[in-house]
Design a protein around this ligand. Structure first.
Ligand code: ATP
Length: 362
């Protein structure tokens, strides 16, 4: 197994910079997800790692080896696709055995070796007993397990997965998510996993890279990316967020006080930024971090515009001096539209960013 390193990699299609100077490292044995909206370049990045695309600029390394110009079949990668891409005329066994059969001379494999390896791969994905079925006789989830077994049977150095669960229904997706994590942990294989589904990316990954318009905005463990978004794109793309615009009153170290209408709010200056008194800023908060009952560092007063029961909590839309924020609160507390409410939030749960260049994406 090896780690993957991309250094200043770019790929251009006509006028589109699909991948724009991307530098990142996937550690040996790590499950790394790339998350981003449609068209952000994640599939192109995966295809560059697989060798299906050669970047115009930059280098790709597997361990110490520069593989930028190495042909896909010689890289020791295996890929799992969204649409499974199984051979319909081959049985499960034949599909999984295929990659070994074409390499049998090179790998000096006997029929017994192939049989043993295929059975082991099918055991890993829990498909024993299905060897003689054809893909069309399997459910979507089972077909994706075959695709996974087919990728794993060749013992790749790197496993690449391109939205592997997107064609499955919600329940199967959850099951397969667990399966992929179990298998990856068991094999300790370096895995690069592309998805636009943030829950999937967060729950699976050791670390996650958030991409937009060809660029990597942030890399880190899911919790860190969620609670300390590096910039406004990540803050608004990951999870639900709600924001208030204001001006800086005072900066003390990594903390700032800002004025929003008549209210003073304290929060963290987002990592890597500096700001001064009078600067125009955006405070980003998570709707679930508000409380209406527990007094916390900040109190934001507003008028309830909308209160909706949505299961685990009430969703409130609150008008704060003309700006709207969303808060999730305890469903036991009834709040009527038109009533005044005090929302409490910890200073540590407020992240403040300069508003320069920020266009509201609402
Ligand atoms: P999705 O989730 O929709 O698959 P993505 O994040 O995987 O999107 P890519 O498929 O990598 O995005 O595409 C990134 C950009 O490059 C898009 O603007 C896309 O239209 C463009 N692009 C990708 N492949 C090609 C190609 N072969 N020729 C021209 N443009 C391409």
């Amino acid at each position: 197994m090896v780690g993957i390193r991309l250094v200043e990699v770019s790929k251009v299609y006509g006028r589109v910079r699909a991948v724009d100077h991307v530098t990142l490292e996937v550690r040996d044995g790590e499950l790394f997800t790339i998350l981003g909206p449609s068209g952000c370049g994640k599939t192109t990045l995966l295809r560059i790692v697989a060798g299906f695309e050669v970047p115009e600029e930059g280098r790709v390394y597997f361990g110490e080896e520069d593989v930028t110009f190495v042909k896909p079949y010689a890289r020791g990668t295996a890929m799992v696709f969204q649409n499974y891409a199984l051979w319909p005329h081959m049985t499960v066994f034949e599909n999984v055995a295929y990659g070994l059969k074409v390499r049998r001379k090179q790998l000096k494999l006997t029929d017994e070796d192939i049989e043993r390896k295929v059975r082991e791969a099918l055991r890993l994905v829990r498909l024993e007993g299905m060897e003689d079925r054809y893909p069309l006789q399997l459910s979507g989830g089972q077909q994706q397990r075959v695709a996974l077994a087919r990728a794993l049977v060749v013992e790749p150095r790197v496993l690449l997965l391109d939205e592997p669960l997107s064609n499955l229904d919600a329940k199967l997706r959850l099951q397969m998510r667990e399966e992929i994590r179990r298998i990856q942990t068991e094999l300790k294989i370096t895995a690069l996993y592309v998805t636009h589904d943030q829950e999937e990316a967060m729950s699976l990954a050791d670390r996650i890279a958030v991409m937009n318009r060809g660029r990597v905005h942030q890399v880190g463990p899911p919790k860190e990316v969620y609670s300390r978004p590096r910039d406004l794109f990540v803050a608004t793309f990951i999870g639900r967020s709600t924001l208030l615009r204001g001006r800086v009153l005072e900066v003390t170290g990594s903390k700032a006080k800002i004025r929003v209408d008549g209210t003073v709010i304290e929060g963290n200056v987002a990592h890597g930024y500096s700001m001064r008194e009078g600067d125009s800023v955006v405070a980003i908060m998570r709707p679930e971090d508000f409380s209406v009952t527990e007094p916390l560092d900040n109190v934001i007063e507003g008028t309830v515009e909308l209160a909706m029961f949505i299961g685990m909590f009430n969703q409130l839309r609150i008008d704060v001096g003309g700006q709207k924020i969303v808060a999730y609160t305890d469903p036991g507390i009834e709040l009527q539209p038109g009533s005044r409410v005090k929302l409490y939030i910890r200073a540590s749960d407020v992240n403040i960013y300069p508003s320069t260049g920020w266009e509201e994406e609402e």
